[in-house]
Design a protein around this ligand. Structure first.
Ligand code: PLP
Length: 396
């Protein structure tokens, strides 16, 4: 017999979500997540992936993955600390450290896992964490897991950060204090104010932690937001993902040798969850090599992003204040935003709507993620659809 209490809980809550229009149905792709995707037999220009550089379908990465499967098989067979560490994992970690200009790096199964792993490996109930209010869900969960006191500061508000840091210090209650932020905020595409954050942290003795999931491969000629600001040797934790611009799956922490040494003996997803598969690791190594050799894909990404942004602005859309390829098209009203996104879909453009509670009420937007793999023709087609639907809705 299944639990009656559980069944009641599930039905009540599912119905509530469905009633509020907040229940998300997932539409599977019939093929690769490239610049063009197929859903239900319908071919769409894809403006919703994090595959910034088009590497998810790059033939060089595919070859590397296939070769690794031939040599090592499909699974790692164990956690890293038993015998699930291959020479490939170490090669990846060396390449990541080089790429990030740090002493060392450690790879995890996902970016999400990095935040589960790294925060609680160093912070505990005697510590405090200053966290930007718009930080990613995995940072929020990682902070909770650590049992440290979490103090949120207003988004990118340096006065608030400083005041709350000073307050935490003068309370005398905490052994260590960390400031933690996304490098790029994924809903608006704005950058963390890292130079100021680092100055405050150095002045007040805070640990610095930057999760640059959306910055790696995108900013700083590909090396990320920290490199973009020239702060590679002044940030304690640099988190990155292998799942966005790198095009595969996985995550990493880059930093000083002692930090990485500690994470290898104390971070729980490293100790208790099977390591990245050989194919993932080999493909990621290939991606990092490519990014180290050439900035061509990065340039193409920015060219496409600039072109899309200029086009949407010229049509009269409000595209917010993004500093990255992430291009929100702010519609406002939640229902209107969802209807707008649906019409784009009908006209052949896949761009997801993002509404309250993910973003503040009244700032519903359709979020566009151009990639290096889009052609100018695809972007032009998307812009033509935006023009048509925008006029239809009386938005432009
Ligand atoms: C996407 C994202 C993650 C999760 O990375 P995955 O590799 O997909 O698990 C973590 N942090 C931030 C800031 C992200 O944007």
């Amino acid at each position: 017999m299944t639990s009656k209490a559980l069944q009641e809980f599930l039905i009540e809550n599912l119905n509530e979500l469905k009633g509020k229009g907040l229940y998300n149905t997932i539409e599977p792709l019939e093929g690769a997540n490239g610049p063009v995707i197929t859903i239900n037999g319908k071919v769409l220009i894809n403006l919703s992936s994090n595959n910034y550089l088009g590497l998810a379908t790059d033939s060089r990465l595919k070859e590397a993955a296939i070769k690794a499967i031939g040599t090592y098989g499909v699974g790692a067979g164990a956690v890293r600390t038993i015998n699930g560490t291959f020479d490939l994992h170490l090669e990846l970690e060396e390449k990541l450290a080089d790429f990030k200009q740090t002493e060392a790096a450690i790879a995890y199964q996902s970016g999400f896992n990095c935040n589960m792993a790294a925060i609680s490996a160093v912070m505990d109930q005697q510590d405090a964490i200053l966290s930007d209010e718009l930080n990613h869900a995995s940072i929020i969960d990682g902070c909770r897991l650590s049992k440290a006191k979490v103090i949120t500061f207003a988004h990118s508000n340096m006065q608030d950060l400083r005041a709350k840091a000073q307050q935490a210090i003068s309370s005398g209650k905490y052994k260590k204090i960390m400031v933690i932020t996304d490098g790029v905020f994924s809903m608006d595409g704005d950058l963390a104010r890292l130079p100021e954050i680092v100055n405050i942290a150095e002045e007040l003795g805070l640990i610095t932690y930057v999760d640059d999931a959306h910055g790696s491969g995108v900013l700083g000629d590909g090396a990320g937001t920290v490199k973009h600001f020239g702060l590679s040797d002044r940030i304690d934790f640099q988190i990155g993902t292998l799942s966005k611009a790198i095009g595969v799956v996985g995550g990493y922490v880059a930093g000083k040798r002692e930090l990485i040494e500690w994470l290898k003996v104390r971070s729980r997803p490293f100790l208790f969850s099977t390591s990245l598969t050989p194919a993932d690791v080999a493909a990621s190594i290939r991606a990092i090599e490519l990014l180290g050799k050439s900035t061509e894909l990065n340039k193409q990404l920015w060219e496409n992003a600039d072109y899309l942004k200029a086009g949407l602005s010229k049509l009269g859309f409000n595209i917010g204040a993004s500093e990255t390829p992430i291009t929100p098209c702010i519609i406002g009203n939640e229902t209107l935003t969802q209807a707008f996104s649906r019409r784009l879909y009908e006209e052949g453009v896949y761009a997801k709507s993002i509404v309250f509670p993910t973003v503040p009420k009244g700032t519903g937007r359709v979020r566009n993620m151009p990639t290096a793999a889009h052609t100018k023709k695809m972007v032009d087609e998307a812009l033509a659809v935006y023009e048509k639907v925008g006029k239809e809705f009386g938005i432009i």
